[in-house]
Each structure stands twice: as structure tokens, then as C-alpha cells.
Design a protein. Sequence first.
Lengths: 394, 303
Amino acid sequence: MPKFLVPTAALAAGMFVGPALAEEPIIIGFATAQSGWMAAYDEQPVLAAQLAIADINAKGGLLGRPIEFVMADTKTDRAQGAKAGKEVVDKGASLVVVSCDYDMGSPAAFAAEQAGVISISLCANDPKMGVQGVGPHSFSWSFAAQSGGYALAEWAHQQGWKTAYSLLDTTIEFDKSTCAGFNSRWKELAGEAALIGEDTWKNDDPSISAQITRIQSLPEAPDVIMLCTYNPGGASAIKQLRAAGIESALLSSQAMDGDYWLQAVPDLSGFYYNGYMSIFGDEPDAERQALLDRYVATYDKAPTTSNFITGYALIDGYAKAVERAGTDDPDAVLAELNKFKDESVIGIPFTFTPEMHIQLKWPLLMLKVENGKHEAIEYITSTAEPPMGLLFPN
Amino acid sequence: MYAVQIAVDAISLGSLYALVALGIGLIFGIMRLINFAHGDFIALGAYALIVPSASATTTLFVGSWPWPLMVATVILFVMLVALVTERAAFRPMRHARPATLLIGSFAVSFFLQHVVLSVYSSRPKALSIAPGLSEPLIVGGIRILKLDLVVIAVTISLLIVLAVFLKRTSYGIWMRAAAEDFRMARVLGVRANTVIAIAFAISGLLAAIVSIFVVIKGGLLSYRMGVPLVLMGFVATVIGGMGSLVGAVIGGYTVGMVSVALQAVLPTGLRDGRDAFVFIAVILILLWRPGGIVQVAALKERV
């Protein structure tokens, strides 16, 4: 070989190896649902997370390294979810983002845990999505459903409502946890007798006439009916309640966010619920409204529900921990995450301990629907935390 | 008062289940096929009311038309779906064993659900049809929803019309002959294709009526909305007596009324498991009458 080629080859090799090491990307894996029924609920937080990644890259990356993301479809199937988790881990992910639900997201989270990689659920409200239900590297970037119930009970009490009736849709765990939190906190604040009745139904029941009859047989109509449910059964129940002439205030959780279901109950009034923020143009917090505007500008469509912001907050929070650790090594980042105490991420305080990887307090926006239109009322953060026995009843 | 109110609720839900059970029973009687896709016929009828789209907001399509035209269109559409399903999916399987037919109907059901899922997405669609029917009539201290009265009235009328059709018209006689002994009926000149097509068409008509009632009551569509209905309808045909149309109706009313009664009567702690109690009742009925409440001679085992 000609003499000058050897140093040239060495220089060329150096050019390839040198910069590549300095700019090795940080890889975030999205093992979320892109098809199947869960896709409708994962899609928007994932888009917000990708927006956060783009924002960080525009500012020079994380630790000077670009963030790349890889996606694997769980297809709303638990077995496929495990495969998706493994797939993104094999592609070098140091963070695995999983679905907004414990049952659907935990298989991918387990796959990450087995590889010692951090997994964070977009918005699962089940405390099991964390240390107790998956493992020490697992988190959920949202609040416990029981805490949501606590906040709703405190707000309801502040409204001066004296009597409450609890109507629980027993189909999924989220609602059972929300009502468990609400019932417990309501009785603490308003007295045992202030919960004047309870009833249950299943989301796909074609009719709740019997439940309505029971409410109408009460000696006095309740001031507020707590509806622990989700759609389609939730909107269907509200339609039937109002059609039967029940005028009590109706209270629910972020599962009833969005105005897409209002078409089933035209001119609905007296409906209250908590959201992560207002997507209806009247958000009180400027930073969150700005985030909503940027989401709409980037994706040319408005989000259907407010939980999209958890995706953005997830990436932001993770980036903070990586910066403090100085590396994306999962155990070092985990140590930093576990030190979070009222750490502000997009204006929301996050606290983690080695035993608790979900929030027990969250600034929730109370909204109401009046004459078929959504209106933001005020932010509320619950003043008490649910006990471990309520968070992990089994 | 409470008891009378609950009775009205029970009869209304029973009517809905009776219509579903009848749709399943008609096809079972002739083809020995348990059509699990019947629930998806109901879902498709409901989805026909809106413009096909995956967007979160719903735009009314057939649902915005004057009600006679809307009802007629939904009926014709579901009948068409039923006939196409029969021609494309069930006719090739006609001579298969009952187990194969059952799996086949699951496959059709799965397919139809996923067609709806891919076109409309999994987010439920909201719409409001005939809001006037959701208002209550107050009769002597009892609130009766106008819709409940319409459901009961329409069900009874349909049953009468169907009974007349089966007893008095030649097609009806053909169908009853085919249900009793298909082979013999064919030997005697009854056209298999015609009879089966009519059964699917009537089944489609019944599914369409149920879908309209379900939408007026609940206002929400989801791709799996037919599943609980077909499940209860199937249970109703089993306890009512498979192969008997009268049995299907009795079974439907039984399941509906037991379900509402249990919801009203069970104490708070047990109400969660209402469906478990409904199925305990089903088991007890089957222990008492293993062949169903109305036994069909053709299906009795000959020793």
C-alpha cells in the first residue's frame, strides 16, 4: 500500500471514531400503544413528549448529546407490550416510556426493569405502577387515583355541599381507587352520615334505571353525586341521570375530560371534574397555556384531553435528573429521581422517595360544564395524603 | 312505588334483551349457528348514524334525518350487513360442524369490531338522537321514561308481526319447517338459501331496532358496544330454550328482569357481583330445565 495512505486511513478512522463518541445520542424508547384501543389515550402524551425532546435538542441536547427516540407498538396487548419493551431496551434505550395504564403499561415496564433500565408511565394513576408493582426503576409521571379522590372531596366540601352520593363504575381499578379516596376523605371532612348512599354499575350496562330509581327514592336528593367512571359508560350515565330529572351536581375525574362526549348530553349543566389543565382556551397558568399553544402549532390539531402535558413533563423531569447525575446511566439517574422534593417540572411539584414513585399531591384544575360549555374554575391541591393502606389495598 | 318503578325498568331492559335473543334464536333455529356477530350488527347500525371519521367530534349523518327515514335507513343498512355476512362468511361454512360455525362467528365478530376500530378509533363517539324520548312521564308518582314505553310497545308489536309472519305466510312456514328439520324441508322443496337469507334479514332488522334504542338511551358509541348485548342475548336463548323463538323471548325477559331485580335488591357489598348472581340464577334455571324453559322437540336427544 502507498506510504501516504496509512496515515490518511488513520486520520479518516479518527474522524469517524472521535466525534461519534462525543455525540453518542441518549436513546429514549417509547413502548406505547400505536394501535388497538389504548392508542387513543397514549397518542397525545407521546406527541407532547416528542415535542419536549425536540425542544431539548434545539437547545443543544442533554449533556451535550442529542436525544433520539425509538418506538415500538404494544398494540394494546400485554404480551406484545413485553416484546415492545424488550425491543426498545435492545436498541439502547436508557429510558422506556410506557402506556398510560398499569395493566397495559406494566409488561413493557417489567421488560425495562429486568434490564435495569428506568421505565416511566405517561400517566398511569395506579400506585402499583412503580416500586411495589413493577420494581425500583419504575415510575409513573402522574398522581395516584386515590389522591385525585382526596382533592375532589376537599373541593366538594369547600363548595358548601353537605350530602354526597357515590356512584361507582366497577369496570376498571382506576375508578375504584378514585371513589375509595373520595369516600374516605369526604367522610373525614363532612362526617360519616354525609355520604348518604353508594351504588355500582358496569361501564357497558345498557341501562342504569335501577341505580337511578334508588337515588330518587332517597328522602332527600344529594347535593352532589360523585361519578367514578370513564367513557363511554360515564357520558351514558350522565345522560340517563339528567333525563330522569336528577338535578344534583355531578362530580367526576380527569377520565371525563374533553368535550367530545358532550354531544351525547346537549346543554349539560352542573357537571364538575378535575383536569390537568384547561384545553378550552381559559387556562389560568400562562406556562401551561403556552405549552398547549405550541402543541397545537406543532401538530396542527388540539389535544382531545388535558393529560397530554404529562408526556412533556415526563421528558423534562427525566432530563433534569440526567443533568444532575451527569450521565444517563439508569442507576445514577434513579438516585437523582429519588431525591426529587417539590421539584418543579413545568410548574408542577414532583416528589419521589425510594418507596413512592407516583405523586400523592398534584395541582388539579377544577372545571365545570354549564350550558354545554366548559369553564375553568380554580386550581386545588389536596392537603392530605392517602395512607398506604388505601394506596395498596390488596 | 319503588317496586312499580323497578318493574317498569325491568320490563324495558327485558324487552331489549328479548329482541337481541330473538335475533340470535332465529338463526340458531335454522342453521344451528350461534351468531356472535349479532352484537356487531347492532354496533354497525349505531355507527351508521354518524359520518365515518376518527376525529373526536361526531358529525351526524343518517342520525340527522327525519326519524322515519332514519329508522328505515338503519334497518336497510343492517339487513344488508347481515345478508353480506351470511353470503361471504357463513354460506361457505354451512355444512361445517357447530363448533366450527361458532368459531367462525367469533372470527366475523372480531373482524367487524376491528373494521370499526380502524375507521372510527377507540374513542367513544357521542351523539344525541330523539332527545324528546328521554323525558319522563309522571304517572301517579312514578317516573316512566317515554323511551321505555316505546321500547316495550315496539317489542310487543314486532313479536306479534313476527308471529303472524311465521304462522300465516308461506315464507314463515318454510322457516318453521327448516327449523324443525332442515333436510326434510329441503326434500319437500324448501329453498335453503332463501330461508337462511330471510332469517338473516329479519335478524338484521331486529339488530337495527335494538341499535336505535341503545343509542337514544345511552348516546355513546364504542366499537365493542355490541358485546354485552350479544352475551346476554346468547344466555337468554340458552335458558329460554335453544331453537325456540318463544323461548328466546322468554329468556330475554327473564335475564333482563332478574338483572334489574338483583340491582335493586342486593345489599351494597354484594351489588358489585350482580352479574355473578345473574349467572347463578341462570345455572339454577338450567338445573331445573336443562333443555331450556321451552323445549324444542327437534333438539331433544333421542335415546
